[in-house]
Design a protein around this ligand. Structure first.
Ligand code: 8IG
Length: 271
């Protein structure tokens, strides 16, 4: 017997889903939303809270390591009658616990019935000429520069359409004119150098961050449809004068929470 709790990550997710059902009294969930940095205050708009628990009540979840990442799971009933599972915070690869904890929430959600996964994040903008701080951008595709992958073995999952075109179209029915772009993920925890930001621009990236891509891959592996949204909170390093800090990310999130909450509530209502 191995001491690694993630030795069978799918069995661990099944156990976590069972614990989630009994802790929330909700038998099956329809949609999961992962609230990234700055997005947590937007969660309140999505529906009526049925139950809320610390993630650490479920097997396989570790305590939150980052300010603004609350580390709680909320079961919500939406106005349209859907059961939503909201992760108030996520585990990042840069925390150094490996890739399994990063995708455990998504795997648990899928074992709990979820067929739609909404991944939100705060990101650096690579195109300040067309992007504004506080703007939400649909993720159309990603470039995974984390050096990690949640899958191992001959798991040649097709990634032609990680971020569902159908869901992006649906969001635009709510928010016409919303931009879309390519999200580039690094492991972090450092922000990029100006040279790396220029590389990302050359690669065709539009946003840069430290999350989302591994969860999106795990969701696709599990057969769920994925919607990704980035909140641009700063221009990438070197694109404007000032250095970057995490505090301004949280401030942009607070300033835009109502708008992002309304957007998510409308989108979830259409699923
Ligand atoms: I918010 O500029 C946020 N997260 N890698 N680079 C990376 N992650 C980020 C950034 C950024 N801004």
């Amino acid at each position: 017997m191995s001491n690694d709790p993630y030795a069978d990550p799918y069995a661990l997710a099944t156990d976590a889903a069972t614990a989630l059902r009994s802790a929330t009294g909700v038998d099956s969930f329809d949609v999961a939303l992962v609230m990234g940095s700055g997005w947590v205050p937007a969660a309140d708009a999505i529906g009526e809270t049925v139950a809320e628990i610390p993630v650490t009540d479920l097997p396989g979840f570790t305590p939150a390591a980052v300010a603004g990442h609350a580390g709680r799971i909320r079961a919500v009933r939406t106005a349209s009658g859907a059961n939503a599972l909201i992760f108030l915070g996520r585990t990042h690869l840069y925390e150094g616990r490996g890739v399994e904890p990063v995708v455990h929430g998504v795997r648990t959600a899928i074992k709990a019935g979820v067929r739609t996964v909404v991944l939100t994040n705060a990101a650096g903008g690579l195109r300040p000429e067309t992007q504004r701080v506080g703007e939400a951008i649909l993720i159309s595709d990603h470039i995974n520069l984390t050096g990690a992958n949640p899958l191992s073995g001959a798991t040649f999952i097709d990634l032609t359409e990680v971020y569902s075109r159908r869901l992006r179209t649906l969001v635009r029915e709510v928010e016409p004119g919303m931009a879309e772009g390519v999200y580039i993920a690094f492991r972090g925890p450092t922000y990029e150098t100006p040279a790396e930001i220029q590389m990302c621009r050359g690669f065709g990236g539009d946003m840069v961050g430290m999350s989302t891509v591994l969860e999106a891959i795990a969701a696709r592996e599990g057969g769920a449809e994925v919607l990704g949204i980035s909140l641009v909170t700063n221009p990438g390093a070197g694109l404007v004068g000032e250095p970057l800090n995490h505090q301004e990310v949280l401030e942009v999130g607070r300033a835009t929470a109502t708008r992002m909450g309304d957007l998510l509530a409308k989108v979830v209502g259409k699923l």
